[in-house]
Design a protein around this ligand. Structure first.
Ligand SMILES: [Zn+2]
Length: 411
């Protein structure tokens, strides 16, 4: 296909000025877009497309946390992919305060080593680490100072499996170092708590520095200003290549963009590969704030947020709009899709779609379930690798949302 495109360009250059001008008209562009839409017009091609992008974005690049060179590389790949079919592709850049853990130890309790992973953008321990008595606190554990019972470190537990980066610290002061531990270590820790055993851990962080945030925005103008916005975060946690969370969803979004580029759409379609989702949605906030500032936020009539579409074939849809859920349900029936979508009552304005709430659009947040045993334990782990992505889930997500976009476009 590339060769074909090049040949056409070469012929174009040879043409006389007048004819070349004519060829620059929308018909010419439309012809190119049909080619891009052809990229993903069969299940076989979609599978090849997915596999090749998983290699580029997951296997070759590895973890791509917000602010890193690896993230910038991934953003470039996505930019180039969008360019294949979308007339309008831009970077939306910003700066943010970044700091990441640079080293950490295991948690050592009563002489036993337990895997523990520090929080992103957390605080480090003192240079010697912190030492005290292990105790329970809410759903997690803490190391307490023996003398005055001050909390020296907090441990969150990953309910899905082994240790992932620590998160939250409940009502604790934010100056406490936070780590994540795996659920398999709970019995050992509970015994240690009973026996009031000594615990020690250490972590070190980079100082705060300005880092680049990069959203990639692709757009196809429709007949009207009314807009459908699709967003999927491209960034990962620092210690995972993030195949399922959330690179495979970004790939689904790119395929939806290619497919839509071959159609004439009523709505303007906006596709966003967002940065900093793992850092409190800063990328999505940055873009949404721009849309508020230029008074175009209310053009957005539909928001579709993809986060981890490949944990199983059953899409997990959150929306406050019953008609949104009815439509997803109907599409499954009409397309004969062998999966059972899950619907819940929580708001579609969650995580990366939250910043778009001022639009008043119909919002949908999509996650998934079904292959939980295989997929959930790799969540935020180093082994969330390309081979862990169930390709049937990519196909189901593509089919359902391609149809969803077509149907809401004509409404
Ligand atoms: Zn995610």
């Amino acid at each position: 296909m590339e060769g074909n495109k090049k040949l056409q360009r070469a012929e174009f250059i040879k043409m006389s000025g007048g004819l070349a001008f004519l060829m620059l008209s929308s018909k010419w562009l439309f012809a190119e877009n049909i080619q891009a839409a052809d990229l993903v017009n069969t299940a076989q091609k979609r599978q090849e497309y997915t596999t090749s992008l998983l290699k580029k974005l997951v296997t070759d690049i590895g973890p791509k946390p917000s602010g890193s060179k690896a993230y910038a590389k991934a953003a470039k790949v996505v930019f180039q992919e969008m360019k294949r079919s979308l007339p309008d592709v831009n970077y939306d850049k910003y700066e943010f305060d970044n700091w990441d853990p640079i080293s950490s130890s295991n948690l050592i309790v009563g002489g036993q080593h337990i895997e523990a992973i520090p929080q992103k953008r957390g605080v480090g321990t003192t240079a010697d680490g912190v030492q005290g008595i292990i105790a329970k606190s809410g759903n997690g554990f803490v190391i307490l100072d023996e003398q005055n019972a001050t909390i020296l470190a907090y441990f969150s537990v990953n309910q899905y499996g082994k240790a992932i980066a620590g998160s939250g610290s409940g009502n604790l002061s934010i100056s406490v170092p936070v780590f994540g531990i795996g659920k398999q270590d709970i019995p050992l820790l509970e015994r240690s708590v009973k026996n009031k055993q000594q615990a020690w851990i250490k972590s070190e962080y980079h100082p705060v520095y300005k880092a680049p945030g990069i959203n990639v925005i692709g757009q196809i103008k429709g007949k009207s200003k009314k807009e459908i916005l699709v967003i999927a975060h491209l960034d990962t946690i620092f210690n995972t290549p993030g195949a399922n969370d959330n690179t495979s969803s970004v790939i689904v979004m790119l395929m939806l963009a290619h497919a839509a580029s071959g159609r004439e759409n009523k709505h303007t379609l906006t596709f966003i590969a967002s940065d900093s989702e793992e850092y409190v949605y800063e990328g999505a906030y940055h873009y949404a704030e721009g849309r508020i500032a230029d008074h175009t936020i209310k053009d957005i009539r539909h928001v579709i947020n993809f986060d981890s579409l490949t944990y199983g074939p059953n899409l997990w849809i959150s929306s406050k709009n019953q008609d949104v859920k009815d439509l997803i349900h109907k599409i499954h029936k009409d397309l004969n899709i062998d999966a059972k979508p899950i619907f819940d009552e929580s708001d579609g304005y969650v995580m990366d779609s939250l910043p778009f709430k001022p639009s008043g659009a119909k919002a949908l947040h999509a996650n998934s379930r079904g292959y939980d045993e295989k997929t959930l334990p790799v969540y935020h782990r180093p082994d969330d690798t390309a081979d862990k992505v169930p390709l049937d889930c990519v196909e189901i997500s593509f089919l359902v949302f391609d149809e969803y976009i077509r149907r809401i476009d004509v409404q």
